[in-house]
Ligand binder design. Sequence first.
Ligand code: CP
Length: 381
Amino acid sequence: MSLGVERPAEAATPAEAATPDEAATPAEAASLADGPPVVDRLPEAGAWLHRHLLDVDGLSWPDVELVLRTTDAMREVLARPIAKVPALRGTNVTILFYEASTRTRVSFEIAARNLSADVTNIAVATSSVTKGESLIDTVKTVEALGARILVIRHPVSGAPYLAARHFSGHVLNGGDGWHAHPTQALLDLYTMRATLAGAMPDAPVRGGRFLSGRKVVILGDVLHSRVARSNVWTLTAAGADLWLCGPATLLRGFEAWARAGAGGAADRRFTATSDLAAALRDADVVMALRIQQERMAGGMLPSLREYAARFGLTAERLEEAKPDAFVLHPGPMNEGVEIAPDVAAGPRSVITDQVTNGVAVRMALLYLLAGSPGGEMTLGA
Ligand code: CP
């Protein structure tokens, strides 16, 4: 059953969908001749109230479930011969990345195009940023050029929050410094849910916290990881028994956070440890993290070789986990350092699924944000 796509006035609706005359290819025209494509099984309109997505710390569990359900609907769109719906037709999505990226940038671009948005990609290296233009002036400039949704990555923690104060549309954080990577955490959660359900792409939405009773380990350079910080919120919200593991120098500050729990909540405590064997024992899910040499001050690790020898995720070490445990990595990987090549490419790896799911999750988030109230500031909440 098609629920159609109900939208506030500023966004496109199925009634405004492309017609066969507007199709780019004969195949697209044939598809459009049967009527406008719509997103099926969409959650109820108006359920998403957040104007921006700056981190996951302000999302309630029903918000997270809404993202997961909307992602299910987007996966159905992606399974079609023509994976395109007109939901964001006429909406400009500007992608402004001040840091290198492959997965996040490209998947946001594909996601926006799949929703029929107009996409503008700004390469900072060839923009007026190199002439000294400030972040605020850049944001105001892209808005004046028509941007309605701004996807931003920045090496400085908090930069997307500053951008959101000066942008009248919607801001999506594509990763800021060590602080947050909300879309990565949501795609990681979606991948865990789908893998545990064992039936991608139609994993059923289970009510409640589907990681309850599951041990999830995040292993590696936790200190510099915005992925780990955002995952703490979503994984504990999903009920996981979460363990963060790495050398003591790369866990600093996390022990206190672990004892207090995410948001200071007793039922969202987690474990921070350098005991690799204890962390991996009977794990259901293991996520390896890249050693971020570009963010690392001297003296944190004796050498990459020693890190690999003591903390690298090898097939032998993975034997400590449950037999059906699976492995994630947000990428990019340093194979042979934090993860052995045979583990990264092995049968337990769902790393490629993470990348694929990134498109559907980002389609869902673009869709939800475009339909959210746009008047008031709700930074990260
Ligand atoms: N996981 C991640 O953010 O990858 P990119 O840096 O390639 O976007």
